[in-house]
Ligand binder design. Structure first.
Ligand code: GLY
Length: 424
């Protein structure tokens, strides 16, 4: 089979990596891709925004199906445009992707489906936000409605912080149109997990539970990021798994069907586990980054076949390897607000062993032997092992094989899972 992957970050490299281990996959193409993928895939300098060029790429290379990695093309309706032209696609319709594209739409969808989620109010102005805050207790959560590249969620500990966030969104318009409407939400205390399933809109096949580490620094301190590291599988009780499926996943699918929404792709539930049970924080319409980096190595099936079937609306029963995976993100200085590009990377990004390797997220080749930073999250050090501890140790051994001035890395990825697994 020949596959085209759209995207250019760590998630897409992880998809390419999994496809490269698939016996059924003969050729991998990626647009635009990154230099880290160039050993496994043919990279094409084509933007997803140019549907005609993507279609030409599919025709010229006799592509069997396309996997759309990031949320922006999905929200923009690229999956619909490709399907209309007869291309098989992994990725929801634009309507389905609205679950991620509009936080307000998503919350209303959750409320309609009876899915447990934090109390909220829709706000459009600073004064309405401050008025609404009277019925919430701190910390206040202010979420921009639209896609904001990880910058749209503010946790405000005081009313002053809330006012300043609302001024940024509504008056200074720091997020452009993504922030002209927002949700004010009650903060939900608990512990987070990432639950991803493959779905054809009717049924689903669950992937193992993963846990992300969203804050920049050790002990969950510092600003929120796209994710500084992940581990999987997370062992949760069968009761909790049942609650998540019955209270969240199944009502979500039922509501998709009620609205006749075409969904052939990944549903990614960002969950908070509270004293009262699971509460849905957000729905993403694609694979997680860096969740994908630790989930795909656990799949035992031929990944190409699994994806091709999904593109046709069929679900293959998934089997998983009896092992664990960890991902330690290495970020550029200045990440997340102002990551520095062009910093020389010491080490070999292609250095790998059977139990560890790098996934390239934001790095580029400057010459035949030198690489530089080219984004916020630069490299993902991946470790595999028979236990979570072994996987984490292998990831940190891999991490030590690359370095650059000002590199940002957490030293406690997965630590809580090892030291107090029952508390997560
Ligand atoms: N790791 C969180 C996300 O992919 O949105």
């Amino acid at each position: 089979m020949k596959v085209l992957v759209l995207g250019q970050g760590g998630r897409e490299h992880a998809i390419v990596h999994a496809l490269s281990r698939s016996p059924s996959v003969r050729e991998i193409h990626v647009a635009p891709g990154n230099d880290g993928m160039s050993r496994q895939a043919v990279c094409h300098a084509v933007s997803w925004k140019d549907t005609d060029k993507i279609l030409q790429l599919c025709l010229k290379n006799e592509i069997d199906f396309v996997i759309i990695g990031p949320e922006d093309p999905l929200v923009d309706g690229l999956a619909d445009r490709l399907r209309e032209r007869g291309v098989l696609v992994v990725g929801p319709s634009g309507h389905g992707a609205r679950l991620e594209g509009s936080k307000i739409y998503c919350k209303n969808f959750m409320a309609e489906a009876g899915i447990p989620t934090a109390r909220y109010k829709v706000v459009h102005t600073v004064s309405a936000t401050m008025e609404a805050a009277r019925s919430f207790t701190p910390p206040y959560v202010l979420k921009a409605d639209g896609l904001a590249a990880g910058k749209g969620v503010l946790i405000c500990h005081t009313l002053e912080q809330l006012r300043s966030g609302a001024v940024d969104f509504f008056e200074k318009q720091t997020l452009g149109t993504a922030g002209t409407s927002a949700l004010l939400e009650q903060f939900t205390p608990g512990w987070e997990l990432s639950y991803l399933v493959l779905t054809n809109g009717q049924d689903f096949q669950a992937l193992p539970i993963a846990q992300d580490h969203k804050r920049l620094s050790d002990h969950d301190e510092g600003p929120n990021t796209g994710g500084m590291g992940t581990v999987a599988p997370l062992r949760i009780s069968p009761e909790l798994q049942k609650q998540i499926d019955e209270k969240i996943m199944i009502p979500c699918l039922r509501n998709l069907q009620k609205h006749g929404i075409v969904y052939r792709g990944v549903l990614f539930m960002g969950l908070m586990i509270t004293d009262a049970g699971p509460s849905l924080l957000e729905i993403n319409c694609r694979f997680g980054d860096p969740e994908t980096q630790v989930l795909l190595p656990l799949i035992e099936n031929d990944f190409g076949q699994v994806m091709k079937s999904l593109a046709t609306g069929q679900l293959v029963p998934l089997k998983f390897r009896p092992m664990s995976a960890a991902c330690v993100v290495m970020a550029a200085p200045g990440y997340p607000s102002d990551p520095k590009k062009g910093v020389l990377i010491h080490g070999n990004v292609f250095d790998e062993t059977p139990s560890s390797y790098f996934i390239v997220a934001g790095a580029k080749k400057e010459s035949s032997s030198s690489w530089v930073t080219n984004g916020g999250r630069v490299l993902c050090a991946i470790g595999l092992g028979g236990s979570l501890k072994e996987a984490i140790d292998n990831a940190y051994v891999q991490k030590a094989k690359a370095d650059w001035a000002g590199v940002l890395v957490r030293s406690d990825i997965g630590k809580k899972q090892i030291t107090s697994p029952n508390e997560h």
